[in-house]
Design a protein around this ligand. Structure first.
Ligand code: ZN
Length: 85
């Protein structure tokens, strides 16, 4: 997954796009699971993308059970380790 098609950053953005699509296709609620904000929702990974080995399939990383709807603020706080689920 990594190493092809322009490296790590590009892989990360493909994963993010795919995560969003997977989440929306899963018919889940589009609102932040912390504060309920729904105007803009990111899809965060419960188990971080970087913790998977580089040969992991995108559908394993983006398993619906590994995805979490968060507003940009809570996504940032989550990635910064301010809170955990
Ligand atoms: Zn929020």
């Amino acid at each position: 997954l990594f190493g092809r098609r322009g490296g790590y950053q590009s892989a990360r953005s493909s994963i993010q796009r795919h995560a969003r699509q997977t989440y929306l296709d899963g018919g889940k609620e589009k609102k932040c699971c912390v504060c309920g904000y729904s105007n803009h929702v990111d899809v965060a990974h419960i188990r971080s993308v970087s913790s998977f080995s580089t040969d992991t399939l995108i559908r394993e990383i983006n398993d619906i059970d590994n995805l979490l709807p968060l507003c940009p603020n809570h996504h940032w706080e989550y990635d910064a380790g301010i809170f955990k689920f």
